[in-house]
Design a binder for this molecule. Structure first.
Ligand SMILES: Cc1cc2nc3c(=O)[nH]c(=O)nc-3n(C[C@H](O)[C@H](O)[C@H](O)COP(=O)(O)OP(=O)(O)OC[C@H]3O[C@@H](n4cnc5c(N)ncnc54)[C@H](O)[C@@H]3O)c2cc1C
Length: 419
């Protein structure tokens, strides 16, 4: 079958990889000059099944209200005259209901476990290297409310196969001695030994190169302008490159355009609730190995994650709902850098900090949209929100199975012709 994949982020590239491996003739279209150059470029680096609890949970509405006008808030809604933002916000509130939050968590744990195992298999099969570390993830707490809630989430995740363990403050320091500077304020943590970290960009770019060696075609510097429909099928994709505009045709089309997916789908009458949740990362060179963590970390108080990527430390996080604006807000970046300096004094050179921002393609409950739409040759692999790197290999493999007519190996609620 001839398949066109729209978008070469980590989701489009993993989809293309598994489709190519399954024997399909695959073309990937991407506006950037290479793979992984937008949201997948400088994310937190975590393969974090343990971070499956979505932002939309029963505690969220009170926190969001408290943070509403704080420029350095971890989760900030910048209220705009934007209908999509308000519709998304209302849907987010519904996903905060306890039963829905539990259901979403379980969905994400199932897909996350499958995806992490697929990543490990892929890495063994290809030898791909991306500054990965398999040291687990420590999610630590310095605030009593969040710490009190940790046990409940841990029990739910453990019940669904995630090996998340509760740790006391002194055990946390034993697992990651680089946290010693904040030992006095540590209340405890959860630790997931099987979680991992690694550079999502290196992975995406290297996997794209391996896919190209196996016959997958990549059209870079090529903008997708629209999908053409004939009766109840997609008949082509309109693209524009240096040589002008033309239509490419295939048997099946996969939309992996992250937060730009809704705009492409809307003219077809297909409505998907994916809104950009802007996040920041700061990457610094490590100057003192002994003070920098090796275990990947989640700091619940500021909602940031920390990963060691080779000789660099990547600190990432916070979310701002403000449309597709990609300008860098220094206040938010400096809040992240300050926290990193408190956690790991003397570990890195802050004067060489690189600030980056990306738009997480967020669904209200953080559960991605994977599967076939009501147009039988149009498929989605989008809306991976805070967990796109974690969920990429599982999502790509499962989508390739669906397109190939095989049942996916993971019990996840895939789309069944709904949108
Ligand atoms: C600050 C931050 C930290 C994060 N940390 C983590 C983490 O630790 N772990 C984790 O699992 N996830 C994390 N994420 C989330 C993860 O990065 C995303 O979910 C993931 O990158 C989404 O991948 P994608 O392929 O869907 O999107 P993208 O990488 O954005 O890919 C979409 C592609 O589509 C292309 N495109 C869009 N429109 C067009 C068009 N019209 N024509 C042609 N091409 C087009 C874009 O150029 C882009 O390359 C983080 C995100 C952020 C912002």
């Amino acid at each position: 079958m001839k398949v066109i994949v729209l978008g070469a982020g980590v989701i489009g590239v993993t989809s293309a990889w598994y489709l190519t491996q399954a024997g399909h003739q695959v073309t990937v279209i991407e506006r950037q000059p290479g793979a992984g150059l937008e949201t997948s470029y400088a994310n937190g680096g975590q393969i974090s099944v343990s971070h499956a609890e979505p932002w939309a949970n029963p505690a969220a509405p009170a926190k969001v209200m408290r943070w509403l006008f704080r420029e350095d808030a971890p989760l900030l809604f910048r209220l705009r005259a934007d209908l999509q933002q308000w519709l998304w916000g209302l849907a987010f509130l519904r996903e905060c209901l306890p039963a829905r939050a539990r259901r979403n968590t379980v969905q994400l744990v199932k897909l996350g476990l499958y995806s992490r195992a697929e990543l490990t298999r892929l890495r063994r099969a290809t030898g791909i290297q991306n500054d990965q570390l398999e040291c687990g993830i420590l999610h630590f707490f310095t605030e009593p409310d969040a710490h009190a809630h940790a046990g409940e989430t841990a029990a739910l995740m453990r019940a669904h196969g995630c090996d998340l363990e509760l740790k006391r403050a002194e055990e946390v320091i034993a697992i990651e001695p680089a946290l010693r500077p904040i030992a006095g304020s540590l209340l405890g943590a959860t630790y997931t030994p099987s979680d991992q970290s690694g550079d999502a960009y290196l992975f995406t770019a290297r996997l794209a190169a391996l896919a190209a060696e196996r016959g997958c075609e990549f059209l870079y510097n090529t903008a997708i302008e629209g999908l053409e429909r004939s009766a109840e099928r997609i008949s082509g994709v309109r693209i524009r490159d240096d040589s002008g505009s033309r239509v490419l045709r295939a048997d099946a089309y996969v939309v992996a355009l992250a937060s730009y997916s809704p705009a492409l789908l809307r003219p077809l009458g297909i409505r998907v609730c994916v809104y950009p949740a802007k996040g920041y990362s700061v990457t610094v060179p490590i100057t003192d190995e002994s003070r920098a963590p090796r275990v990947s970390l989640i700091d619940e108080s500021l909602k940031i994650v920390v990963s060691r990527l080779g000789a660099r430390l990547r600190i990432a996080g916070t979310a701002e709902f403000a449309g597709h604006d990609l300008s860098i807000n220094r206040t938010r970046c400096e809040a992240i850098l300050r926290r990193a300096q408190t956690l790991f004094p003397g570990a890195f050179d802050a004067s060489q900090a690189q600030f980056w921002t990306g738009l997480r393609p967020a669904t209200p409950g953080n559960v991605p949209l994977i599967g076939r739409t009501r147009l039988p040759n149009l498929y989605l692999n989008t809306g991976h929100g805070t967990l796109g790197w974690t969920l990429a290999c599982g999502s790509g493999r499962a989508l390739a199975d669906i397109i190939g007519g095989r049942p996916p190996e993971v019990a996840f609620e895939f789309l069944r012709g709904r949108p």
